[in-house]
Design a protein around this ligand. Structure first.
Ligand code: GLA
Ligand code: ZN
Length: 689
C-alpha cells in the first residue's frame, strides 16, 4: 500500500517553486533586493536557495564574519512569504583561504596543484578545509537554524571531482589498509603479479595517473570507491554541526544527471532528501522521446535513491543554459512540460538556476527568471509564473509516490568496471545507453520503473532487468536466484556475470553466478564494426508469440543453452542458428537472456509482451502515441496521472475504463482526450493500485 510521505518541512505545505538566489552579487545596487521580492511574489515563487556561493561575503577575511546582509535578506523574504533553503558555502572558497593555506587547493591526477580559481575544487581530505567548513557551517547553524523562514539545508553544491594530493594519497592508503588488512590480500585482489606490479610496501601505492598506474583495474575501482567514501565523509562532517543545533531541519544535496564520479547510493543514508540539477538539451532533435525518456529515467533514479520518497528538482533553467554547445531557448509549452515531468516522477519542487542573471562573469548569459532588462514583461517570466500557477493547484499531489512493479539495475561500480574493462568494444561499451534503451520501452508504455543498484532489495518487483551486469558482487547471484525461484521474472543481457567485486574474472564459465538461473553458458563474444549488423530470428512457435526478425549489432554473445529454451537465433555469419534470446524456467519464475545488442523495435516488442504477460499495470489504460507518456503518483486513495506530450504537435489519447478529473480545469475527462503541443494533463482517479 502506498503511503503519503511527510512534507519536506511542515512550515510549507505547497509545492516549492523558486530559484537559486545570489543577492550578495547585488548588495551595491540599491533597490534591486526589494524589486526581487516584488517579482518573486509576482512569479508565484515561495522559496529561494540562498548563500550557495556566499563564503567571501560571509567571511570577508579569515575569522571576520558578516551576517547582517543575510539576516536582512532572510527576514525580508520571510515577511513576504518566501522561504529559504540555506546553503553551506563550501562549493567555492574565498581567495584568502587559498592564499593562506595552499592545501585546500586540489591536486590533479597529473599531480599538479591547481592555482586559485573556479569552484568545486577543494581537497576533501584537507584538515584545514574541513576545519574552515566546520567554523562557517556552525556559525550559520547557530544563527539561522531556528529562523522561521528556513526550510532545509542545501549542502555545498554539486559535489564532484577528485584530489590527488599527498593528504589524499595517505587517506587512500589508510582506506586500503582497512579494506584489505594485508598487502598480500590487496595484491591478490588487484592481480598485481601481472607486469610485475606487486606492491611490497603500502607507501608504493599511488592513486591512478595518466603518467603512472592506469592498468591495474582493481586499483582504479578502489580509487573511485575511495573518492566516493571521502566525499561522503566530507559531506557528513558538513552536516554534523547543522544537525547538532537543529536535528529536525532536513539536509539536501544537489546531485547531477547520471554523474559518473560518485556512487550516489552512498549518499542516501547521509541526506534526508535528494535533489538534482536538470538541464536537458530540449529541441536538439525533432523526436524528443529519446531525451525525454532519459530525463525521466534520471527522475526515477533520484526518487528510487530514497526509496520512493519525493525528491527536489533543485535546479533547471527557465530558458537556455550558456554552457551547452548550442544553448537553445525552450519552445512555448516546454518549460511547463519539463517542470511538470519532474513532478510526475516524484519531485515536490520546481526550482531554477538562477533567479536574476548575473551582471558579469561566466554565467552572465545563463538563463534566469529575471533577465538583464530587469522587469517582468518577458516570455521567460511568464513561463515561470505559469509553472507557479499550476503548482498551486497540485497541493494534493504533494508527498505522493509510486511503487513500480518493474526495476532496472543501474549500478555505479558495475559502470566503472565496464568503462575500464578493455575488452570487446573500446570505442564505447555504452552501459548507460543500454540501461536507457531498456527503460525507454517502459516509458513509451507509460509503465512506472524504479532504477536500483545491485545491492537493493528486489523482492517487491515483478520484473527485474539487469542490463550488462558485468560485475556481480557477492550474494547478488543468490539474490537473483531467490527472486526468480519465488516467481519473479528476470532479464539479463550479454556482458553479464564476467567479474567479481574486485574486477577479477569469474572462472568456470560466464555468466558466472548467473549461469544457473539463466540456464546458459557464454563461450565467446563477438564485436561488430559500426557498419556491420546481423539479425535475430524468432523461432516458429516460440512461447512469447513474437514473430519475425530484428536487427542486432555491436555485441553478439555466443552462448550454449544449459536448460534454457531458445526463443530466437542469429541469422547470419559463422554463428548463424545459435541462440540469441533464451528463457529459463527456474522455480516459479523465468529468466531471460538477451544475447545481443538489439534496437528499440526489439525492446518495444519484447518488453511489451512481458508487460502484457505479467499483467504489469501502466499508469493509464490507453494506447499512447509515440512521444506521449504517462506517469503515476498515488496516496493509496487517489491516483494522479500525468499524461505528457513531448511532441511539438497535437496528439489524441483515448482514455479507457474510468472517468478522470482534470485537476487543472476541474472538468471530467473520458474517452478521446486532446493534448496540445508539448501539453499535458494531470488527471485524478480513485486508486487502482
Ligand atoms: C550547475 C550549478 C549552478 C550553475 C548551473 C548552470 O548546476 O550548480 O551553480 O552553474 O550549473 O547551469
Ligand atoms: Zn587532497
Amino acid at each position: 500500500m502506498i503511503k503519503k510521505f511527510p512534507l519536506i518541512n511542515d512550515k510549507l505545505n505547497h509545492f516549492y517553486h523558486g530559484a537559486d538566489y545570489n543577492p550578495e552579487q547585488w548588495l551595491k545596487y540599491p533597490g534591486i533586493f526589494e524589486e526581487d521580492i516584488r517579482l518573486m511574489k509576482l512569479a508565484k515563487c515561495n522559496v529561494v536557495s540562498l548563500g550557495i556561493f556566499s563564503w567571501v561575503t560571509l567571511e570577508p577575511q579569515e575569522g571576520v564574519f558578516n551576517f547582517e546582509w543575510l539576516d536582512n535578506v532572510m527576514d525580508r523574504l520571510y515577511e513576504n512569504g518566501i522561504y529559504t533553503i540555506l546553503a553551506t558555502p563550501t562549493g567555492a572558497r574565498p581567495a584568502w583561504m587559498a592564499a593562506n593555506y595552499v592545501e585546500v587547493l586540489r591536486v590533479g591526477e597529473n599531480r599538479v596543484r591547481n592555482l586559485y580559481g573556479q569552484r568545486h575544487n577543494h581537497c576533501f581530505t584537507s584538515p584545514v578545509y574541513r576545519e574552515k567548513t566546520q567554523i562557517i557551517n556552525k556559525k550559520l547553524a547557530q544563527r539561522y537554524s531556528n529562523h522561521p523562514g528556513i526550510l532545509a539545508w542545501h549542502i555545498s553544491n554539486e559535489y564532484g571531482g577528485e584530489c590527488h594530493c599527498n593528504l589524499c594519497q595517505d587517506a587512500f592508503r589508510t582506506w586500503l589498509k582497512n579494506k584489505y588488512g594485508s598487502l598480500e590480500s590487496l595484491n591478490d585482489a588487484w592481480w598485481t603479479t601481472f607486469w610485475s606490479h606487486t606492491y611490497t610496501d603500502w607507501s608504493q601505492i599511488q592513486s591512478p595517473a595518466p603518467h603512472g598506474e592506469a592498468g591495474v583495474h582493481g586499483l582504479t575501482l578502489d580509487w573511485k570507491r575511495f573518492v566516493t567514501d571521502q566525499t561522503v565523509d566530507f559531506c557528513k562532517e558538513e552536516i554534523k554541526p547543522l544537525k547538532e543545533i537543529n536535528p529536525k531541519l532536513p539536509v539536501v544535496a544537489n546531485l547531477m544527471e547520471l554523474f559518473d564520479g560518485l556512487n550516489y547510493w552512498k549518499f542516501t543514508e547521509v541526506l534526508d532528501i535528494v535533489s538534482w540539477d536538470n538541464y536537458p538539451k530540449w529541441h536538439e532533435k525533432v523526436d524528443e522521446s529519446n531525451l525525454a525518456s532519459r530525463i525521466a529515467m534520471n527522475h526515477d533514479l533520484f526518487r528510487t535513491l530514497k526509496n520512493g520518497k519525493p525528491f527536489m528538482l533543485m535546479e533547471s533553467t527557465p530558458s537556455a543554459t550558456n554552457w551547452q554547445a548550442i544553448s537553445k531557448l525552450k519552445k512555448p509549452g516546454m518549460h511547463l512540460l519539463s517542470s511538470l515531468q519532474a513532478v510526475a516522477h516524484g519531485s515536490d519542487t520546481v526550482q531554477y538556476f538562477q533567479w536574476r542573471k548575473s551582471r558579469g562573469s561566466s554565467e552572465k548569459f545563463h538563463g534566469a527568471v529575471v533577465d538583464h532588462c530587469g522587469h517582468e514583461n518577458t516570455r521567460v517570466f511568464r513561463d515561470v509564473t505559469e509553472v507557479g500557477s499550476v503548482l498551486e493547484k497540485l497541493d494534493e499531489v504533494l508527498g505522493t509516490s509510486v511503487q513500480p512493479e518493474v526495476a532496472i539495475i543501474f549500478d555505479w561500480e558495475n559502470r566503472w568496471a565496464i568503462k575500464d574493462s578493455q575488452g570487446p568494444r573500446n570505442c564505447g561499451m555504452k552501459y548507460e545507453e543500454t540501461v536507457h534503451s531498456q527503460y525507454k520501452a517502459f516509458w513509451e508504455s507509460g509503465v512506472p520503473v524504479d532504477i536500483i543498484d545491485m545491492e537493493c532489495d528486489f523482492s517487491s518487483y515483478k520484473l527485474l532487468i539487469a542490463p550488462m551486469l558485468y560485475m556481480v558482487k557477492p550474494g547478488v547471484g543468490e539474490k537473483i536466484e531467490a527472486f526468480v525461484k519465488n516467481g519473479g521474472t528476470f532479464v539479463a543481457t550479454y556482458w553479464s556475470g564476467i567479474v567479481n567485486e574486485n574486477d577479477l574474472c569469474y572462472l568456470g564459465g560466464f555468466p558466472g553466478p548467473l549461469r544457473k538461473v539463466l540456464g546458459i553458458w557464454s563461450e565467446e563474444i563477438e564485436s561488430l564494426y559500426d557498419d556491420e549488423s546481423n539479425n535475430i530470428i524468432f523461432s516458429y512457435d516460440n512461447k512469447m508469440g513474437i514473430k519475425g526478425e530484428y536487427e542486432t549489432g555491436e555485441l553478439i554473445d555466443l552462448i550454449h543453452v544449459e536448460g534454457a529454451e531458445v526463443l530466437a537465433t542469429y541469422k547470419s555469419d559463422f554463428f548463424a542458428g545459435r541462440p540469441a534470446l533464451t528463457v529459463n524456467k527456474y522455480g516459479y519464475g523465468n529468466a531471460y537472456y538477451i544475447a545481443s545488442r538489439n534496437k528499440d523495435d526489439f525492446n518495444e516488442k519484447f518488453y511489451g509482451e512481458l508487460i502484457t504477460r505479467l499483467g504489469i499495470k501502466p499508469a493509464v489504460n490507453a494506447k499512447l502515441p509515440k512521444g506521449v507518456t504517462a506517469q503515476l503518483r498515488s496516496d493509496g486513495e487517489n491516483d494522479f496521472i500525468f499524461l505528457m506530450n513531448f511532441n511539438n504537435g497535437e496528439e489524441k489519447v483515448v482514455l479507457e475504463g474510468v472517468v478522470y478529473e482534470d485537476i487543472l480545469s476541474g472538468s471530467n475527462l473520458e474517452g478521446e482526450t486532446n493534448l496540445t503541443p508539448f501539453g499535458f494533463k494531470v488527471m485524478k482517479r480513485k486508486s487502482q493500485i
